[in-house]
Design a protein around this ligand. Structure first.
Ligand code: GLU
Length: 501
């Protein structure tokens, strides 16, 4: 094994990257950076049937958006390239042959029909069919024919696969950085296909050969690959190579109930399970980016899905995560996905943004509504509302009254509009008319003085006042609104309320 830490993210381009895949990439990134190592990305596209156009570009774009781009990949520092397995196709056959020659693999010529028949026969006896030591010498393999016959059949163009000859009756005692010691009985494993006569390796062979050639020091991947660990370790052993260390990450679980988080959970509860929008003929599956999440928030919350540093700390920059990250502190148990927490993180990052930046993000929404507003004013408005927002997309609903007068009044709030209210509002208008320094604090002082002097109760004025300006009893500090919309507009809205409520 190389001295340097070299870890990889090895997705198969079969569709958009699921949020669980993003977390795998993130943990690899964090581990690499923590250990001054290399994080590389290899595209595992040997299964042409499952190849989906655009998926590879999507994965790259997602990692870039999140700020965790690989150090080496297709088109970037290709030290051990190519980084796309389909372009490494010619390389794998010799390794498959090597395993045949060393007696660790064999040719299997079984047709699909023959396998179906064998499967059926087992099922009839209540046995689950498994291709391994117990039947490999009864099936159509090179183990039971001469090497000449094998060569002839291959030369004649017969279809074959190369299967791994799993050792019998061995207990493998393996170590996983996260799960600790794990034990596997080799006799229970099936003889996995490593190579097919179309010249393509399967995932298992290509993955092991490439991890060896690319000097992978640690394999950090999802728990769904744990069952493949014994085969992978046996493959390294058969080649005479040192195996990398393994760390299998816990699954990301549904918010409610049991099982793995699925796209359906996201659809049902209204949160994305993909980093970016994914468009197909059937429609768009929404992504974190387009939903208005900040990449830093997504990183932060994903890092805490299955890991913590042992303290109560929740907010981390990427650099802080790199410094604190430790694979041995990753949990074994599945990590429940919490959509509310997810939004909470976005809120935390939203309030950290500069008001000017938030104003810039809000401006296009206003432009679409043909509302023009100065940058200064917009910055101020944003500063007044952001404490309660999770997303910039909520800004309009939270601040429309700054730009347009209400067209309707909240029915519940209207109940507090008493017989005396129009008179009071009329008096309020006179007070406002007399104010020259029309700023929030000053207006507040003057109005409160007026109420005290005339012994008018707070609620009698403040609630109808807010209702007149906002149309509901919501929004930030009332006098900030009063200042922002200006004297003339304040008075207009009061008059309109008096006339229409
Ligand atoms: N290509 C596999 C995947 O799609 C990689 C698994 C591994 O990391 O070994 O997840």
């Amino acid at each position: 094994m190389s001295q340097q830490v070299r870890v990889r993210f090895a997705p198969s381009p079969t569709g958009p990257l699921h949020i669980g895949g993003v977390r795998t990439a993130l943990f690899n990134y964090l581990f690499a950076k923590k250990n001054n190592g290399i994080f590389f990305l290899r595209v595992e596209d040997t299964d042409q049937n499952r190849f989906v156009p655009g998926a590879e570009e999507y994965i790259m774009e997602a990692l870039e958006w999140l700020g965790i781009s690989p150090d080496e990949t297709i088109g970037k520092n290709e030290k051990f390239g190519p980084y796309r397995q389909s372009e490494r196709k010619d390389l794998y056959q010799q390794y498959a042959t090597q395993l045949i020659n060393s007696g660790n693999a064999y040719y299997a010529f079984d047709t699909a029909e023959a396998l179906d028949a064998a499967r059926k026969k087992d099922e009839e006896q209540g046995i689950t069919f498994i291709y391994n030591h117990h039947n490999r010498e009864k099936l159509d393999t090179s183990l039971v024919i001469s090497s000449e016959e094998t060569a002839t059949r291959i030369a004649n163009g017969e279809h074959y696969v190369i299967r791994f000859k799993t050792p019998v009756n061995e207990t493998l005692h393996l170590h996983d950085i996260i799960r600790g010691d794990v034990k596997f009985e080799t006799s229970l494993l099936d003889d996995k296909v490593l190579f097919k006569s179309d010249g393509m390796p399967t995932y298992h062979l290509a993955n092991i050969v490439d991890d060896h050639l690319m000097e992978t020091s640690h394999v950090i991947r999802g728990e769904e690959w744990l069952p493949s660990m014994p085969l992978h370790v046996l493959l390294y052993r058969s080649f005479g190579w040192d195996a990398p260390q393994f760390a299998h990450l816990p699954l990301i679980m549904k918010p409610v109930g049991n099982g793995k988080l699925s796209k359906r959970d996201g659809d049902k509860m209204g949160f994305p399970v993909f980093p970016l929008d994914w468009k197909t003929d059937e429609g768009i599956s929404s992504g974190y980016r387009e939903k208005g999440f900040f990449p830093e928030a997504v990183i932060n919350f994903l890092a805490l899905l299955g890991w913590n540093d042992g303290t109560e700390k929740e907010l981390y920059t990427l650099d802080e995560l790199v410094n604190s990250f430790d694979l041995s502190r990753v949990h074994k148990a599945g990590a429940k996905f919490d959509p509310e927490k997810n939004k909470w993180f976005n809120h935390q990052y939203l309030i950290k943004q500069k008001d000017t930046d938030l104003a810039k993000a809000f401006a296009p929404i206003l432009a679409e509504k043909q509302i023009t507003v100065s940058e200064d004013k917009l910055t101020r408005i944003v500063s007044l509302i952001k404490e309660r927002a999770h997303f910039v997309s909520e800004f309009w609903e939270m601040s429309d009254f700054f730009f347009v007068a209400p067209t309707a009044y909240d029915e519940k709030a209207i109940k507090n509009w008493k017989a005396e209210t129009p008179g009071l509002m009329q008096e309020l208008i006179s007070v406002l008319e007399g104010i020259t320094d029309y700023t929030s604090v000053n207006i507040e002082t003057i109005i409160k003085d007026w109420m005290t002097k005339n012994e008018i109760g707070m609620g009698k004025v403040m609630q109808p006042f807010r209702l007149s300006l906002v149309g509901a009893l919501k929004g930030p500090h009332l006098f900030d609104i009063v200042e922002m919309i200006g004297k003339e507009e304040t008075i207009n809205r009061l008059q309109k309320a008096i006339a229409s409520i």
